[in-house]
Ligand binder design. Sequence first.
Ligand SMILES: C[S@@+](CC[C@H](N)C(=O)[O-])C[C@H]1O[C@@H](n2cnc3c(N)ncnc32)[C@H](O)[C@@H]1O
Length: 266
Amino acid sequence: MFNRSTKRKIRKREGMEINKIYTGDNLEILKTFPDNSIDLIVTSPNYNNWRNRRTQASRKEFWERTNITYDNCTDKEDDETYEARQIEIINEMIRVLKPTGTLCYNHKDRIFEFEVKSPLEWILKTNAKYRQRITWDRCGMQAYNPVRFYRVDEDIYILGKEAKGFTWNKEAAKYLSVWRIVPNKNIYGHNATFPEELVKRCVEAFTNEGNVVLDPYNGTGTTTKVAYEMKRNFIGIDNSEKYNEIAKTRIKECGGSFFNFSNENV
Ligand SMILES: C[S@@+](CC[C@H](N)C(=O)[O-])C[C@H]1O[C@@H](n2cnc3c(N)ncnc32)[C@H](O)[C@@H]1O
């Protein structure tokens, strides 16, 4: 339990430091973390959604269009490479997760050559146990010339090392399996940030105070900020120094009431 007088220590578990924002490649950094050390992961990778946006046509001019750009990630891989990396990082996240832990993995169906490609196609190839799918109803979308029903949803795949025996605060069942949460506009110079409410529900459901919450695609640090506010320990990883500076500032702006932060980490 934390209180205002608790001095935060930069606690080390083998290669892993908690209450730290790491800069670098998430897979390489995760590989330095010990097995069974994390209580909750809430994360959303870049979607590699750069081709066939809107019209779903595989024409060059559409390939070059995207509304999501990142500081240090092109998000333009061939999808086989992307999928293989997603499998590798999910397996790594499951390795570092405690048997009582949960991975909340946000992704969405994407369209390739007019056909739906579901994230389940790679999730089911991993070591993760697939426990539930939450539909994130984003409550609206940009209008365009439609070739199918307008889509307003993404998914949060609830995964684990184990299918049962995980930490679960059952009051959270009230949120049901469809979460109507309006997405953020472009804030902090990053146009794919989590709404804080989405992270809050995951933290509330799957952790208790003092647990360790990780986001290996931390961006501007919504997960780490919410974890900190809810008196959980946090670890963020992103390959953008710029986003990490914002993530650190967001935590400092919470007032530093739970921990004394070292400048080295945040
Ligand atoms: C969809 S955004 C996550 C945004 C975050 N949830 C937030 O609220 O700000 C994905 C993030 O992953 C980061 N990223 C992409 N590839 C990465 C890699 N190989 N290692 C570390 N970070 C990576 C990008 O810089 C980007 O900030």
